[in-house]
Design a protein around this ligand. Structure first.
Ligand code: PLP
Length: 392
């Protein structure tokens, strides 16, 4: 590359790997709540739950302060505790593993498919035992897990299946939207397909579970946290079982409602950018994109993940990320395998090399910039910088 072109790339501002799309509608929606006299959980939170059900097709949704809160409540609601095993991938965000561990249960890691990063069915089967009470698959990066086989397995062995749908708002598996069946937990962290700053939504077709979650999310009180007439918590509410405080305030729910109005546009933009990446990276042999699962799916492109062929590139993934950063390109890491984090290395008895595909990916994975306000020119710039860094 000539010096002039290289200098012009360097002069471009830093491109983060993700950035929320906040417009004037979002700001005025939040503003309205701030001026309304009611800013905690109330009518906006209830409306957000209703609109979320309409979008996903779920019969019930509970708005929460994070997906982590949702996972905590689900583990509690099913009584997961000492002596129980929970099967999940190690290639996931550590929140799930932390919660299982703090509940006193044991995370049991099944390996993943090398190129989709989804739980591998055969590996899950090998982890089954009397002690397994729950399986938590992750719909990774916006693509769906092949649910059929996991559902059959869970049913046969009477195991609870809880879908980690933090990445999967708008994702479909065999023409069915994630969230419309079973129990799924979504995240509205700022990098997600819609954001509330921090927030999450638990969707379920299990009415008994929803009733329990409603209670546990607000101190274990037997009544709703919001009464429309008294504009507050009913003073007569009594604790039916000790609970937490994970209710989503209206300030955040208003942002969620406003963002949800634009979800289809957000996801279309993500898809167009991702397809552009795939086209431009096609001849970059050091970069290995993910494969979509082999099924009729709709991808919501939460992340654009690639793996660096470290042998061909002659450098480590960390060095590659560092070099991209020096060239003003931000990247993300989703994820370093949980069993390789210091605490879990010391406390879980996992033989190094036993999760072959998880460890292979953990060493090579990175996320390139992808967010709706990015342009196709940005995609071009990222790929140009990648080629420059690899050439060096
Ligand atoms: C796969 C996965 N699960 C769960 C979470 C937790 O979401 P939250 O930050 O809303 O608690 C995340 C967050 O990034 C995630 O990526």
């Amino acid at each position: 590359m000539d010096t002039k072109k290289s200098e012009s790339i360097m002069c471009e501002p830093f491109l983060p790997f993700s950035k929320p799309s906040i417009n004037s509608d979002d700001i005025s929606a939040v503003n309205k709540v701030l001026r309304s006299g009611w800013i905690t959980t109330g009518s906006k939170s209830a409306e957000f739950e209703k609109k979320f059900c309409e979008y996903t097709g779920s019969p019930n949704a509970v708005a929460l302060t994070s997906a982590t809160a949702g996972m905590h409540l689900v583990l509690k609601a099913f009584g997961i505790g000492p002596g129980d095993d929970v099967i999940t991938p190690s290639m996931t965000w550590v929140s799930t593993i932390n919660l299982i561990t703090m509940a006193g249960a044991t995370p049991v890691f099944a390996d993943i498919d090398k190129n989709t990063l989804m739980l591998d069915k055969e590996s899950v089967e090998k982890c089954l035992s009397e002690k397994v009470k729950m399986i938590i698959p992750v719909h990774f990066a916006g693509a769906p897990v092949q649910m059929d086989s996991l559902q059959k397995m869970a049913q046969k062995h009477n195991i609870v299946l809880v879908e980690d749908a933090a990445h999967a708002l708008g994702t479909q598996y065999k023409n069915i939207k994630i969230g419309s069946q079973g129990t799924s937990i979504f995240s509205f962290h700022p990098i997600k397909n819609i954001t509330t700053g921090e927030g999450g939504m638990l969707c379920s077709d299990d009415d008994t579970l929803i009733e329990k979650i409603q209670r546990l999310k607000f101190h274990g009180l037997g009544m709703d946290s919001f009464d429309r007439i008294s504009q507050g918590r009913l003073p007569q509410a009594e604790v039916l079982e000790p609970g937490y405080k994970y209710n989503l305030p209206d300030i955040l729910a208003a942002l969620g409602l406003s963002q949800l109005n634009r979800i289809n546009g957000f996801n279309e933009k993500r898809e167009a950018l991702a397809l552009h990446y795939l086209e431009l990276l096609n001849d970059v042999e050091e970069i290995i994109p993910l494969n979509p699962p082999e099924a009729d799916i709709k991808h919501s492109w939460h992340l654009f993940i690639v793996r660096l062929d470290i042998d061909k590139a002659g450098m480590s993934r960390d060095r590659f990320m560092e070099d991209l950063k020096k060239n003003n390109i931000g990247t993300g890491l989703h994820f370093k395998a949980a069993h390789l984090h210091r605490y879990y290395k010391d406390h879980l008895n996992i033989t190094p090399g036993s999760l072959v595909n998880t460890e292979w990916n953990s060493k090579r994975i990175l996320s390139l910039p992808l967010f709706p306000d990015m342009t196709h020119k940005d995609v071009h710039r990222v790929v140009t910088v990648i080629k420059k860094v690899l050439k060096k």
